[in-house]
Design a binder for this molecule. Sequence first.
Ligand code: SAM
Length: 281
Amino acid sequence: MDLLTPTSIRALLDRHGIAPKKSLGQNFLADPNTARRIATLAALSPGDAVLEIGPGLGSLTLALLERGAEVRAVELDQRLALALADVLGPDTEVDVRVADALHAPLDQLLARDDGRGWTCVSNLPYNVAVPVVIRLLEEAPDVERVVVLVQREVGERLAAGPGDAQYGAVSVKVAYYSEASLLGVVPPTVFMPRPKVDSVLVGLVRRAAPPVDVPEVAALFGLVRSGFGQRRKMLRRSLQPVLGARTEAVLDAAGIAPTARAETLGLEQWAAVARSAAVAA
Ligand code: SAM
């Protein structure tokens, strides 16, 4: 199968009169080796159901088809959906939906007769990468694995743990739902147009069950958000908006020093704070 190169991408953009939109993160993958590398890292078997968010001109879609995947693709830009139809040809089995991955009803998008799980494999638009990943983790339990290409800083945030520079509220949420790992670095040179920064490949494998026990997940994430909202402050200050006068007592009961900062707590410790807050409520 011929995958897309800088020459074919330029020709497609010209033929369809498309100028890439920065606001939609339209940096197209223009390197067959990288497209194949992503499809290989996704460890797909023929017939696997793959959700691709933002197929663009089909750089990655073609590599997924090469692996025998059954692809459902969600593209926001109607112009690209038309160009993609051109790339895929009339006999394609790729199911292309024109929709916004941030708002499209996921139950409809992921509905299928055989009840099998999904793998999401995507080169995500940089401006919505985090909310898209979090939406899949929170709202689409049928998405069992995620392999995505994102800006380096975003990928490091998704996979970070306590002590890592990019560790934040998003990292804790990702760790609650999945096991995340960085799978490799991709340089700006393989994209058209070229972004300014490196990208990384991130793999997420959904956990069969949450690794911690908390009375209410929303309350756990409320605490985490509050803690990282003022990440340089000690928890006795940064958790006040949620816990008020109880803050120090809740932290003491959880065995966490009130002088600790959010960035030093792992998921298990956040869960201990959430349990202690629920008991003291
Ligand atoms: N997969 C293609 C590739 O690798 O060359 C294109 C990747 S490009 C980084 C991101 C794609 O996501 C673009 O095609 C863009 O139009 C699309 N996109 C941007 N925002 C979107 C959204 N909210 N929902 C669905 N697609 C979106």
